[in-house]
Design a protein around this ligand. Structure first.
Ligand code: NAP
Length: 248
């Protein structure tokens, strides 16, 4: 059964990793997919053709989610190209790790701008369309680190915790208009973002996870599928942890 037939989704940061996985699962479930990339131009362009093979309409846009003007221009272009917008996945994110003692202002600003400003920018940009439709599902990519904190990631944890407060507020503001807003808090997921980590550190983490494995991009994409589809029409303002039991 296809769960997103006829819906239009916009996914930020889909050239790689989790965003790419979400785009593929959404396309497989019949959604027409608009997605963004920034530096991975070739990968972004290749994805467009890959998604179209599912028999849906797919279009990639090179757009910086951290830029307010670009985010608004993107939302306008997507509505012009696809006619409507049912699901927004605010997935784009970066890390600039370091202990607070060594963290400089650039590291702080880059992470807050890309991870948190982007969520405001895109949500703000799509709300008019969703209000007009009186429906929509907004999914924001937080992190286990936004719930529990992490040494060496004060900037990242602050951005991901900020996303949770934002998500709950938007859910309260827009619920009466049929617009839902939820966050997903992934645990340790194997992507390029985590690929740079020391193998010994990773081994230790995996050992501490009750399900004894790292998560896959499909694990997160399937949670997005649930929140984007009509299976979750009574779910809003929630943080769905997808972490193998890490916080239990
Ligand atoms: P990734 O492999 O590093 O991919 C990041 C994606 O974000 C890329 O497609 C990148 O596009 C895009 N991006 C970065 N800055 C952007 C910007 N300003 N505008 C538009 N796109 C931008 O990361 P990932 O592991 O898939 O993570 C995806 C999301 O999940 C992030 O929000 C991350 O914080 C969150 N998360 C990940 C994990 C994990 O374990 N991996 C855990 C918890 C939460 P380009 O390459 O084209 O620039």
């Amino acid at each position: 059964m296809k769960l997103l037939e006829g819906k239009v989704a916009l996914i930020t940061g889909a050239s790689r990793g989790i965003g790419r996985g979400i785009a593929e699962v959404f396309a497989a479930h019949g959604a027409n997919v608009a997605f963004t990339y920034l530096s991975s131009v070739e990968k972004g362009q290749a994805l467009e053709a890959e998604l179209a093979a599912y028999g849906i309409t797919a279009k990639g846009y090179r757009s910086d989610a951290s830029d307010y003007e670009q985010a608004h221009a993107l939302a306008d272009a997507v509505v012009k190209d696809f006619g409507r917008l049912d699901i927004l996945v605010n997935n784009a994110g970066i890390t600039r790790d370091g202990l607070l003692m060594r963290m400089n202002k650039d590291q702080w600003d880059a992470v807050i701008k890309t991870n948190l400003d982007s969520v405001f920018n895109l949500t703000h940009a799509v709300q008019r369309t969703m209000l007009r439709q009186r429906s929509g599902s907004i999914i924001n990519m937080s992190s286990v680190v936004g719930i529990k904190g992490n040494a060496g990631q004060a900037n990242y944890a602050a951005s991901k915790a900020g996303i949770i407060g934002f998500t709950k507020s938007v859910a309260l503001e827009l619920g009466s208009r049929g617009i839902r807003c939820n966050a997903i808090a992934p645990g340790f997921i194997e992507t390029e973002m985590t690929g740079a980590l020391d193998a010994k550190v990773v081994e230790g983490w995996v050992e501490s996870i009750p399900l004894k494995r790292a998560g896959t991009v499909e694990d997160i994409a399937n949670a997005c599928l649930y929140l984007g589809s009509d299976l979750s029409t009574y779910v809003t303002g929630q943080v769905l942890s997808v972490n193998g039991g890490m916080l239990t």
